[in-house]
Design a protein around this ligand. Sequence first.
Ligand SMILES: *[C@@H]1O[C@H](CO)[C@@H](O)[C@H](O)[C@H]1NC(C)=O
Ligand SMILES: *[C@@H]1O[C@H](CO)[C@@H](O)[C@H](O)[C@H]1NC(C)=O
Ligand SMILES: *[C@@H]1O[C@H](CO)[C@@H](O)[C@H](O)[C@H]1NC(C)=O
Ligand SMILES: *[C@@H]1O[C@H](CO)[C@@H](O)[C@H](O)[C@H]1NC(C)=O
Ligand SMILES: *[C@@H]1O[C@H](CO)[C@@H](O)[C@H](O)[C@H]1NC(C)=O
Ligand SMILES: *[C@@H]1O[C@H](CO)[C@@H](O)[C@H](O)[C@H]1NC(C)=O
Ligand SMILES: *[C@@H]1O[C@H](CO)[C@@H](O)[C@H](O)[C@H]1NC(C)=O
Ligand SMILES: *[C@@H]1O[C@H](CO)[C@@H](O)[C@H](O)[C@H]1NC(C)=O
Length: 416
Amino acid sequence: MEVTTSGPAVLDSVVVFTARVFVEPNDTIPEEKFDFLWLNTVDHSENHTHGSYVSQLHRAFGEEAFGSGPGDFLMAVVVSLADQPRNILCFSTTVFKLTKRLNGNLQVKQSLPYRRSNNTFVVDQPIHFYLNITDRFPRRDSPKYTYFWYNGSQLIQETDQPHYQLKLSQPNVLHLQAVAMAQFSSAVRSVLATSTITPNDSTIEDKVGSFTEKLHFKASLSNCNMSRRDSSTQDQSLKLGNPLVLNITCMGSFPSAVCWNVTRQNSTLNNTCKPGGQFANTTQHNVTVTIGNTGWNTVHLAVYNDISFQVLSQNYYVYDPDSVDIPVLVFPMVFLVLGGVIAVVGGTYIVRLRRQAHVEVADFDFDPTISVRSSGSFSSLRLAVKQLFQRARGCTRSTPDDRYSVNPSRHMYDTL
Ligand SMILES: *[C@@H]1O[C@H](CO)[C@@H](O)[C@H](O)[C@H]1NC(C)=O
Ligand SMILES: *[C@@H]1O[C@H](CO)[C@@H](O)[C@H](O)[C@H]1NC(C)=O
Ligand SMILES: *[C@@H]1O[C@H](CO)[C@@H](O)[C@H](O)[C@H]1NC(C)=O
Ligand SMILES: *[C@@H]1O[C@H](CO)[C@@H](O)[C@H](O)[C@H]1NC(C)=O
Ligand SMILES: *[C@@H]1O[C@H](CO)[C@@H](O)[C@H](O)[C@H]1NC(C)=O
Ligand SMILES: *[C@@H]1O[C@H](CO)[C@@H](O)[C@H](O)[C@H]1NC(C)=O
Ligand SMILES: *[C@@H]1O[C@H](CO)[C@@H](O)[C@H](O)[C@H]1NC(C)=O
Ligand SMILES: *[C@@H]1O[C@H](CO)[C@@H](O)[C@H](O)[C@H]1NC(C)=O
């Protein structure tokens, strides 16, 4: 057998006890009618109920019934066959609590998409308080309830309903104290039950219950801004291996924390990251992101405080300076240099041919300024090419002005 009770109950309220009998599959019971004997340690009285397998006892314990006051008590249940009271089938007990004050629970409700701890709420949105008294009284004794809502010891509101709604506009702390008062006085009840005025023999004292919660009100994050520290904020390029340093600032209440994910460009995240690290007493963060993939990447950043979060994202192009990943620059450079060399070599050769005057050049109108136009690094290049030509010719013709270049080369041939 299992015996349960409806939980802590105030004096004079109805306590519900439930006994359940379980029968082994092989046990045979002549008749499924049982007698339940209830024995309590409050007033040491006996109660009988009848039933099959399940039975309930509704009992109110008045203050006058015992002198010891509230506390923990025992309820014992003895089950026997209805027609054979001496034939005891089973026996069990349960402990129950009687209190001086009303029992119930205070619920605080405000729907938020994100909440870090259950006692933190957002400003500028209504918050609902519900005070649910769980004590039940016999119908003839039903009390009139009044609810008082305090911040600490300062009364904010008095209501007839167990509900109060509040909206704060500034971050603040609320030392919420909700007090329920149950009045049993005949004057109150005759006002309530105007149609059927029952004779009042009840001497139930008025009762109170008090419930407290410490609530924190914070401002949600807004106006988040992201700036780049390792370069200008407009710069979307990043060298592979270099860290991306970002500075994130938001309006709103601290503490806050930040987390991020890096994905290929335009790929969406199934889940926004959750901050694992420490929340800091600030709404400004410096983060260092390293991106391992070259090409376009998206950095998804989320900033959290106690009651809200904001998501930011930004695209970055990561390049690897060591790879031939940037043909855009390489090819024009190669052709520019090649073109320069061809022009210089060609121009020098033509100038030489003209000087020798052995070749017919009249049909071709070569630009005489070609050697003048090439300047800077090209002019030194031209000089080098010219020397090369002279050296090559010196090997076969040996003119006096080729002395410097010819002799070392001859010497070189000799030694070889
Ligand atoms: C119930 O009876 C069956 C056969 O009669 C037996 O095998 C089984 O062990 C019994 N179960 C119990 C809990 O005694
Ligand atoms: C928050 O949770 C704690 C522990 O679960 C509980 O005691 C407290 O009453 C809760 N506060 C609110 C406002 O719900
Ligand atoms: C009041 O509390 C009881 C017991 O905790 C629960 O069953 C009931 O649903 C609550 N009522 C409201 C309105 O929250
Ligand atoms: C509640 O009382 C505390 C002081 O006890 C005060 O600091 C706070 O501003 C009050 N909150 C509201 C919402 O009035
Ligand atoms: C996002 O980043 C968190 C750490 O900040 C990590 O645990 C998680 O696996 C990442 N999610 C994806 C989809 O990359
Ligand atoms: C990403 O999306 C933008 C606009 O939606 C588009 O212009 C761009 O080509 C996309 N990039 C990739 C890599 O798909
Ligand atoms: C995201 O969700 C899609 C389908 O809903 C799934 O195919 C994919 O693997 C998920 N990605 C991650 C990183 O969990
Ligand atoms: C943040 O400030 C609160 C009080 O405002 C303090 O209790 C807490 O220790 C501080 N946390 C850090 C990490 O400084």
